[in-house]
Design a binder for this molecule. Structure first.
Ligand code: PMP
Length: 384
């Protein structure tokens, strides 16, 4: 069969996959270690029984947007919902990026920002984070905006995979420079915002070109359902309508998103627990010779293993613990990222890492043919 050729510019894009290595302790994809509250699941299942499955879902997800808006004290017109925050980002880039337009990213950051931008035909321009702290320097950010005159500025805060929280000073610099240079749309990706001290959501208003993207995948323990949302100016979000597919957000997901909001107390308790465990992990990693951890505002920690980060990743896999290997990603030499898990999982990770660093022989507890053999591209790329 002669095969049709895909778009030329897609050939240059490497696929993004998270390696699936069969181990006992999976701390590689920043999910919540806890399932959603049982009472929420029971209510969702019960109410699903009355969803008219033969009808399309509410195209505008009105009830969900109203409920989310109420939780932030903003009208539903300032909320956009989609299948995960990745779809929120893609929709924003389809609307405000595209051929002949540029998106600015601050590297090292979430690989999907550049990837989604390219899929939408948007040119990616890069500014550097500080190589030691991974912070964005406000002056460097201003200079990058003046130089590149981007149409979209993407800031991941807390940043994945470094955990860095850049906060209001950087946001102010981005908003100031972007309004002079365009104006550009400033998108703050707060997929991990609930774990951080500050949020840009309070800065959203109808006269500021700022959109904040959030997700139910992490703190709401709903990664399997694919629900994300944006908080932004009504006029900006209104334009996005034109790129959304009709009925893109299914009824069970809309229902889950609404019901989950009744379990705020449970969600906050989980966040507190994970933040406490993050502190314990940070302290323990600081005490380990041969490791430099970075402070994090999210539910994961990046740490540098002096010597050979990839060998340490392999050693952890051999001991049944999977973390994320960034050691071959530009700007992240020797770096691994661990998701904060349950207390027991975190202890397993710390014990395994101490053993690896002490040079003890591996336990060989990874199973299956993929044992420590995920190809380098898969280890380094990835969507989570
Ligand atoms: N942004 C960041 C920074 C992320 O890490 C992730 C998930 N890994 C997402 C967005 C996408 O999350 P989702 O599509 O599950 O909402």
């Amino acid at each position: 069969m002669s095969r049709p050729a895909p778009r030329d510019d897609l050939r240059a894009l490497i696929g993004y996959h998270s390696p699936q290595v069969d181990v006992e302790v999976r701390l590689n994809t920043n999910e919540s270690p806890f399932p959603p509250p049982a009472a929420f699941v029971a209510r969702w299942l019960a109410e699903l029984g009355s969803v008219p499955l033969h009808r399309y879902p509410d195209r505008s997800a009105r009830l969900l947007r109203e409920a989310l808006g109420a939780s932030f004290g903003v009208p539903a017109s300032r909320i956009l919902c989609a299948n995960g925050s990745n779809e929120v980002l893609q929709s924003l880039l389809l609307t405000y990026g595209g051929p002949g337009r540029r998106a600015l990213v601050f590297e090292p950051t979430y690989a999907l920002h550049a990837h989604i931008a390219r899929i939408t035909g948007t040119e990616v321009v890069v500014a550097e984070r500080d190589p030691d702290t991974f912070a964005v320097d406000p002056d460097a950010a201003r200079a990058a905006i003046e130089r590149f005159r981007p149409h979209v500025v993407l800031l991941c805060d807390p940043n994945n995979p470094t955990g860095t929280s850049d906060g209001p000073r950087v946001l102010d610099a981005l908003l100031d420079a972007s309004s002079d240079a365009g104006p550009a749309l400033v998108v703050v990706d707060e997929a991990y915002g609930e774990f951080a001290r500050a949020s840009a959501v309070e800065r959203v208003s109808d006269d500021r070109p700022l959109v904040v993207a959030r997700t139910y995948s992490k703190v709401w323990s709903m990664a399997a359902l694919r629900l994300g949302y944006a908080v932004g100016p009504e006029a900006v979000l209104g334009e996005v309508e034109s790129v959304l597919l009709p009925y893109h957000l299914d009824a069970p997901t809309q229902l889950a998103g609404m019901l989950a909001l009744d379990y705020q107390a449970e969600m906050k308790a989980r966040v507190s627990l994970l933040v406490e465990e993050r502190g314990r992990l940070l302290g323990a990693l600081e005490d380990l010779p041969g490791v430099t951890p970075y402070p994090s505002g999210a539910n994961y920690l990046l740490f540098r293993v002096h010597g050979d980060g990839h060998a340490a990743w392999e050693g952890l896999v051999e001991r049944g613990v999977l973390v994320r290997d960034f050691s071959r990603r530009p700007r992240l030499a020797e770096c691994l990222r661990v998701t904060v898990g349950t207390r027991a999982e975190n202890s397993r990770f710390l014990d395994a890492l101490a053993e690896v660093l002490a040079g003890a022989p591996g336990g060989g507890s990874a199973r299956g043919p993929e044992r420590v053999t995920a190809p380098p591209a898969a280890r380094e790329g990835g969507t989570r």
